[in-house]
Design a protein around this ligand. Structure first.
Ligand SMILES: Cc1cc2nc3c(=O)[nH]c(=O)nc-3n(C[C@H](O)[C@H](O)[C@H](O)COP(=O)(O)OP(=O)(O)OC[C@H]3O[C@@H](n4cnc5c(N)ncnc54)[C@H](O)[C@@H]3O)c2cc1C
Length: 379
């Protein structure tokens, strides 16, 4: 007898969605996380239309919409000039917008729903090793405890122990440039209903609204400091956004620097061990796809596991691995392109911007971008 049907390792957005969805379908599931409490740092800032659609069955979408900020507009600009406007309003969905919400809030709402469904995150509890045989998987934790499950899912992020233990490769690489990231309050020009990617000749800057009057700034920079200062962010806005003095940083809440990896696991399934979320794929945050892809992995995997555990052949698990891996590769292609376009050498940037303005005249280009960024293309 196994202790549980499914052990989920990692209580980020992927693991929480997966566990809640399993419980919602009557499957026994346990979830562990090595952290004593949920992380409170600023990470993903956007929930897209597809995530909100798939979270409807879990009764979580309306809670997120209530806690977040609706941004119906998304544009690529150079200063005041719009290069490519992206219109979500015509998309056939109940959520024709980007929902701006901090990852900490998304996790809090998912955990709240998990608790309502009778689940609880066991923490702090760190997985050290796993061993599988024909009837299940034995998980061994750093406190010496063991747990036996029919299936184990690694939703344990980029440095996944589950992936390492299963011997699954994680091929890919790293973009050369560093990115600066900051959450700030500003005065002056900064729309609250629009996510803007400024393609300035000095480089890219993202200016995205968050709830409570906060804005997220993201920018590739060859000398991005470990902790960007208010002056550094002000310079980014002056040189790359609307123009000098037009948007003033009044408060720096948080800042960091990061490098971007692009990797996909060789497979999302090795027998009774499965991968989902960042454990299975990492890529550029351009277009805000990372957490959203993890949430759709979780929903698809919950259905595949429920089907299998209800007695069907386990081919649904292979289908999960093949289809979500293919999606991850498509997302890597899209976000890789957006990143490369934004980090082109300076002499090529005016040519790039002219090409973007021309491309904007083709309705199919704008439509494709809207479908991909909203995640609806993966329905
Ligand atoms: C600075 C920053 C900015 C980002 N911006 C965006 C953005 O704008 N848009 C976007 O979509 N994405 C963004 N991301 C990425 C996004 O945060 C991730 O895609 C998302 O967190 C993935 O969720 P996950 O649940 O798969 O993994 P994670 O959130 O990494 O969760 C994994 C969990 O597993 C736990 N864990 C790890 N190892 C073990 C173990 N051995 N035992 C037990 N528990 C373990 C960890 O404690 C963690 O809680 C950003 C990330 C960072 C760091």
């Amino acid at each position: 007898m196994n202790d549980t049907d499914v052990l989920v390792v990692g209580a980020g957005p992927t693991g929480l969605t997966l566990t809640a969805s399993l419980l919602n379908q009557g499957i026994q599931a346990a979830i562990v996380d090595k952290l004593p409490a949920g992380a409170n740092t600023s990470r993903a800032a956007v929930a897209n239309a597809r995530s909100l659609e798939v979270l409807e069955n879990l009764d979580v979408s309306w809670r997120m919409v209530k806690a977040g900020l609706v941004a119906p507009r998304f544009s690529m600009r150079q200063g005041d000039r719009t290069l490519i406007p992206i219109d979500f309003s015509t998309l056939p969905t109940n959520y024709p917008y980007s929902l701006m919400i901090s990852q900490a809030d998304t996790e809090r709402l998912l955990e709240e729903r998990l608790n309502e469904l009778g689940g609880e995150v066991l923490r702090p509890k760190t997985l050290s090793r796993i061993a599988q045989d024909s009837t299940g998987v034995t998980a061994i934790f750093d406190d010496g405890e063991t747990l036996r499950a029919s299936y184990v899912v690694g939703a344990d992020g980029t440095h996944s122990t589950v992936r390492h233990q299963a011997g699954i490769g994680f091929a890919g690489g790293e973009f050369a440039e560093s990115f600066a990231l900051a959450d700030v309050r500003v005065a002056g020009e900064a729309p609250r209903d629009e996510v803007i990617l400024f393609y300035g000749n000095d480089g890219l800057t993202v200016l995205a609204p968050l709830p409570d009057g906060v804005f997220r700034i993201v920018a590739p920079h060859p000398d991005a400091p470990q902790s960007p200062t208010a002056e550094f962010v002000q310079d980014l806005l002056d040189t790359r956004a609307f123009g000098p003095g037009r948007t003033e940083v009044t408060d720096l809440l948080w800042g960091s620097r990061f490098k971007i990896h692009h990797r996909v696991a060789d497979t999302f399934r090795a027998g009774r061990i499965l991968l989902a979320g960042d454990a299975a794929h990492v890529h550029s945050p351009a277009g805000g796809q990372g957490m959203n892809l993890g949430i759709t992995d979780a929903i698809e995997l919950a259905t595949a596991l429920a089907t299998t555990l209800h007695g069907a052949p386990d081919t649904a698990l292979d289908a999960y691995s093949a289809s979500q891996r293919a999606r991850a590769q498509q997302v890597l292609t899209l976000t890789g392109r957006l990143t490369r376009v934004s980090t082109l050498p300076r002499p090529l940037r005016p040519i790039r911007n002219s090409a973007m303005r021309l491309a904007a005249h083709v309705p199919a280009v704008r439509r494709q971008l809207a479908w991909r960024l909203s995640g609806l293309v993966y329905r």
